[in-house]
Design a binder for this molecule. Structure first.
Ligand code: NAP
Length: 487
């Protein structure tokens, strides 16, 4: 009943009713007649644009959150250069170039046929082929893939490398699945995805639930279907078939480099600092590794079941053994480590006192309440390894308290940057040493840090890395789109 749906959400004002249903009301308020301050912190020129974006994408809270944050920053650009609001440039940036949703059928070990939903959002190719990871997690839906894809556009622009933005995934839960089940799922996923990707079109990589094993299975299936060894079609590959050294470590190492630069602006460093890192997956593990090499001490880490605290400092080798070799639960750490370590079920990791917090698990894992606890305990810096792990309230708390805050869009860009280096090596049929690749990564992270800081200064908000990242990323994408006509 489209009319009823339209009436409930206010979209009868649009020619076409939106697909909003019962839960749409808060975010689907129609595109016209926005009162001043109806959208707080949004420049008056941008209010109708944002209002339209929210109503066109009703029922997508994570996507709304990501878009709103960018709009809160780019008001200053539009105030200085009104031409950026011409030709529906901002509306075009908010609209994905292409969205693919597909069925992923597969057979489990008991012979039962299962079906999941796959996604690939090809968001923006103004700067290069779409580039962004694939996430396998039961929470995956269009809102989550669009928020990740939208953030990816600006993140990739910040790297200064020729890559556009995209993201994909499936609502498949890999936890507890056998190797055979994972392989069959990856093969089925790629059977549809392969006709949409290519080294000059769209180059996926890993994300939550997708690591080297899954990339290997997907690459193998792509090769069978395409009958081509097209190394540059996926990144995060194994070293034997076109992978890059330091890609596995890149996101965590990159975030640590970014925070090190940020601490440096205050004459500080990781040396001797207590650090809490959430998660115990790819990003968390290599964040911990680099922090340890910089002289920091890891007090706690977690998984979706709970967190461990170790007064003697987390034993990273033990975490790696549990997570990378056994694919086990973090709760096993306390039992295996014995004295000094304990496991606490559920959330609460941000109550552990620390100097630096590195949220590296998932979106909205660090709330306003958590941020207040961290500030009370004396945190001086936060580096987002995950994408959008801090809620808007948490970001506000950090910024008002003068905590150095590195948004994921900038701080975790090392992963995609090293993926672009992998593409570069594939294109030239070369393979760099670990040292050379890490050196490039460190240089890219320093540049991203300096660009964000300089842009924040230029726009009158010194030290605001959120604003700096959003504006610097936006300007690069906007300029490229303007130069390419109405695309
Ligand atoms: P991963 O290897 O799958 O690890 C994810 C970790 O987060 C696991 O320990 C997982 O625990 C935990 N986790 C997931 N959902 C959680 C929840 N609701 N509460 C608490 N913990 C939760 O994934 P990853 O590659 O490290 O990615 C982590 C974050 O970094 C994501 O936001 C991702 O988008 C972002 N990121 C990743 C890359 C990359 O190169 N991989 C690059 C840029 C950004 P369980 O095992 O219990 O689920």
């Amino acid at each position: 009943m489209p009319a009823a749906i339209g009436r409930r959400c206010g979209c009868e004002r649009r020619k076409r009713p939106c697909a909003a249903r019962d839960n749409a009301a808060p975010s689907c308020l129609g595109p016209v007649k926005t009162k001043r301050n109806y959208l707080p912190n949004i420049d008056e020129r941008l209010e109708p644009i944002l209002s339209e974006v929210l109503s066109r994408n009703a029922g997508e809270p994570e996507f709304h959150q990501a878009v709103r944050e960018v709009f809160e920053s780019i008001g200053r650009v539009v105030a200085k250069h009104p031409a950026y609001a011409d030709d529906a440039l901002i509306e075009r940036i908010c609209e994905p170039e292409r969205q693919i949703i597909f069925r992923v059928p597969w057979v489990d070990d008991s012979g039962k046929t299962r079906v999941n939903r796959g996604f690939r959002v090809q968001y923006n190719s103004a700067l290069g082929p779409y580039k962004g990871g694939i996430r396998f997690h039961p929470s995956v839906n269009l809102s989550i893939i669009k928020f990740l894809g939208f953030e990816q556009i600006f993140k990739n622009a910040l790297t200064g490398l020729p890559i556009g933005g995209g993201k994909g995934g499936a609502d498949f839960d890999p936890r507890g699945r056998s190797d055979g089940e994972i392989m069959r799922f990856c093969q089925s996923f790629m059977t549809e995805l392969y006709c949409h990707i290519g080294d000059k079109t769209d180059v996926p990589a890993g994300d939550i639930g997708v690591g080297g094993r899954e990339i290997g299975y997907m690459f193998g299936q792509y090769k069978r279907l395409a009958n081509r060894f097209e190394a540059g079609v996926l990144t995060g590959k194994g070293m034997l078939y076109g992978g890059s050294r330091a890609r596995t470590e890149a996101t965590g190492y990159g975030n640590t480099y970014f925070v090190q630069s940020m601490l440096g602006t205050k004459g500080e460093s990781f040396d001797g600092k207590k650090v809490v890192v959430s998660g115990s997956g790819n990003v968390a593990i290599y964040t911990m590794e680099k922090i340890l090499s910089f002289g920091g001490r890891i007090m706690a880490c977690s998984d979706s079941g709970g967190y461990i605290v170790d007064e003697q400092g987390i034993d990273l080798d033990l975490v790696k053994e549990i997570k990378l070799l056994r694919r086990g639960r973090i709760s096993e750490y306390a039992r295996l480590k014995g004295t000094g370590a304990h496991y606490i079920e559920g959330s609460g990791i941000w109550d552990v006192p620390c100097d630096v917090a590195m949220p590296s698990a998932t979106q909205n894992e660090l709330t306003g309440r958590d941020a207040l606890a961290l500030v009370k305990n004396g945190v001086i810096a936060v580096g987002e390894g995950a994408n959008m792990p801090s809620t808007p309230e948490a970001v506000r708390v950090f910024q008002e308290a003068g905590v150095l805050f590195a948004p994921g869009k900038a701080a975790n860009a090392g992963g995609v940057a090293t993926s672009a280096l992998e593409m570069q090596q594939n294109a030239s049929r070369d393979s760099w040493t670990f040292e050379r690749t890490e050196e490039r990564l460190a240089e890219i992270m320093r540049n991203i840090h300096d660009t964000c800081a300089a842009t924040a200064d230029e726009y009158g908000a010194p030290g605001d890395y959120v604003l700096g990242a959003n504006i610097a990323g936006f300007v690069r994408v906007a300029e490229a789109m303007k130069a390419q006509g109405v695309i």
